[in-house]
Design a protein around this ligand. Structure first.
Ligand SMILES: N[C@@H](CCC(=O)N[C@@H](CS)C(=O)NCC(=O)O)C(=O)O
Length: 208
């Protein structure tokens, strides 16, 4: 079976690439240069595998799927996730599942609203009120996350898991859009700790 990941630098495909590295799976990374990612997403070639024109897309044999966190879950169910996924009968399983999804479902929309209405959209389409709302909701999410992390090194008692990978990406996005400076101190320390991870360093070094 061949696993192929469509990736562009700084995007959510980093979550999947990081996990693939941690799991030691063989995969082909199809990196689309950042400047060309939107254009490539509209090509018949990419539309045939992902009509939404988003990244990541994963192809595993004859199966194609989208949604970064769903892809992570799929890979960990199908292949050996080791300690990246706590066993169902351990106390970590609930918190692990919560944080795995919180990185995208819980925080993603607020961060995107903040991003879109502060930077991404043409100025005439930005709404300061939506940006403010996104910022406030993001702040609440960060407080909640900081309380959950407490003084642990990682989100689960058992240590580093895929939930950290999921959460790290959304913090990384906040950092890129310069909205991470006011985050609680324990989250900043956590972010700096995760940045040292060798698999992260390898995949984040892939530039256009
Ligand atoms: N919820 C989806 C979001 C996918 C998504 O919006 N990806 C962004 C990159 S981080 C994208 O492809 N943007 C290109 C565009 O919207 O044109 C996931 O987690 O995979």
């Amino acid at each position: 079976m061949t696993i192929t990941l469509y990736h562009f630098p700084q995007s959510r495909s980093l979550r999947v690439a990081w996990l693939l590295e941690e799991m030691g799976l063989d995969y082909t990374l199809k990196t689309i240069p950042r400047a060309k990612a939107r254009e490539y997403a509209k090509t018949p070639e990419y539309q045939a595998i992902n009509p939404l024109g988003k990244y990541p897309t994963l192809i595993d044999g004859d199966m194609t799927m989208v949604e970064s966190v769903a892809i992570m879950d799929y890979l960990m169910h199908k292949y050996d996730a080791g300690s990246l996924k706590p066993a169902v009968d351990t106390p970590d399983f609930g918190p692990y599942t919560q944080w795995l999804h919180f990185g995208e479902s819980g925080m993603g929309m607020y961060v995107i609203m903040l991003f879109a209405h502060s930077y991404l959209l043409p100025e005439e389409h930005r709404s300061p009120k939506i940006a403010e709302w996104g910022k406030e909701e993001t702040r609440k999410c960060l407080e909640f996350l900081a309380a959950g992390l407490g003084d642990k090194d990682y989100l689960c008692e058992s240590g580093f898991t895929a939930a950290d990978i999921s959460i790290f990406y959304i913090l990384y996005l906040l950092k890129i859009i310069r909205q991470f400076d006011d985050a609680p101190d324990n989250l900043k320390t956590y972010f700096d700790r995760l940045k040292q991870n060798p698999a992260w360093q390898k995949i984040s070094a892939i530039e256009e």
